[in-house]
Ligand binder design. Structure first.
Ligand code: CP
Ligand code: NVA
Length: 303
């Protein structure tokens, strides 16, 4: 197995391509049932959710149960973290109870600090900056559709230069597939993450959704306003007009091209109902794959 590079799963850029491909292969073996049993018997995972979640929370809790372990939910409403207890103290205390910690929060620095202070592995369940577990599920969905050679993929990102876009950029920098991004002016990705991905792989910003989608095997997008940006919704609706994945955009894709969306989606904003509910959409398989991917990550970290 390739080196992990880190005890944690926080940022795809911290893992080499060999390790990411290993995780995708492990996901396939778990999904097919080739790997079974209860390898995490007696292990506990703390899940800290400071933002809402359906897929991440449920897939992780169910994944731990299927592997024979236990997951416990910690929210701001019922923990001392919600009353201001420090990340450092939380990390040090939880490390004495559990075998790993998954966290979803706002600032990425909080996850980095948690991992620095914790003696157990930390998994990033989404920050304002990154959403690595989701992009691994998206990549696995693409591999199921098109085969193992991730390098041959052409991916179109249309919309906000947000946490999902950043994790796609990090994945491209490590796995070497082609990525084209079309983002509204002023809503592009982080300059440093973009520069790193461009220097490592075939990554370019393009002018329009149609240009991004040209020949793409995967066309993907996300909401115009992410969690924490609700008060920007009106301004973003103006800025993102024209950045909707509709049938005309999908027509530009590769004839076998598929549509992915991490969900939740806003039909009529970033994607039309005809596309997300149409024959080229794989969004529910993609959501299912969150379960298989998180099981692979958990096994890899604490198995
Ligand atoms: N895609 C995703 O992370 O969904 P949740 O917000 O429901 O976890
Ligand atoms: N970009 C979205 C992803 C949700 C899974 C958000 O951060 O709200």
């Amino acid at each position: 197995m390739a080196s992990r590079g880190t005890k944690d799963f926080i940022d795809l850029a911290a893992h080499d391509g060999g390790h990411l491909r290993h995780l995708l292969a492990l996901t396939g073996r778990l999904k097919s049932g080739e790997l079974g049993g209860r390898p995490l018997e007696g292990r506990c995972l703390a899940m800290i959710f400071r933002k809402s979640s359906t897929r991440t929370r449920v897939s992780t809790e169910v994944g731990m149960a299927q592997l024979g372990g236990h997951a416990l939910m910690i929210s701001d409403r019922d923990s001392q973290m919600g009353r201001g207890e420090s990340v450092r103290d939380t990390a040090r205390v939880l490390s004495r109870y559990v075998d790993a910690i998954l966290i979803r929060t706002f600032g990425h620095d909080e996850v980095v600090e948690l991992a620095r202070e914790a003696s157990v592995p930390v998994i990033n369940g989404l920050t304002d900056l990154l959403h690595p577990c989701q992009v691994m599920a998206d990549l696995f969905t693409a591999v199921e559709e098109f085969g193992d050679d991730v390098r041959g993929l052409r991916v179109a990102w249309i919309g906000d230069g947000n946490n999902m876009a950043h994790s796609w950029l990090n994945a491209a920098s490590r796995l070497g597939f082609t990525l084209r991004l079309a983002c509204p002016p002023g809503y592009g990705p982080d300059a440093e993450i973009l520069a790193r991905a461009r220097s490592a792989g075939d990554v370019e910003m393009v002018d329009s959704p149609a240009d991004a989608a040209a020949g793409a095997r995967v066309v993907t997008t996300d909401v115009w306003a992410s969690m924490g940006q609700e008060d920007e919704q009106a301004a973003r609706e103006k800025a993102f007009a024209g950045y909707c994945v509709d049938e005309a955009v999908m027509e530009r894709a590769h004839p076998a091209g598929i549509f992915l969306h991490c969900l939740p989606a806003h039909r009529g904003e970033e994607v039309t109902a005809a596309v997300i509910d149409g024959g080229r959409s794989r969004v529910y398989r993609e959501a299912e794959n969150r379960l298989h991917v998180i099981k692979a990550i958990l096994l890899d970290l604490i198995g």
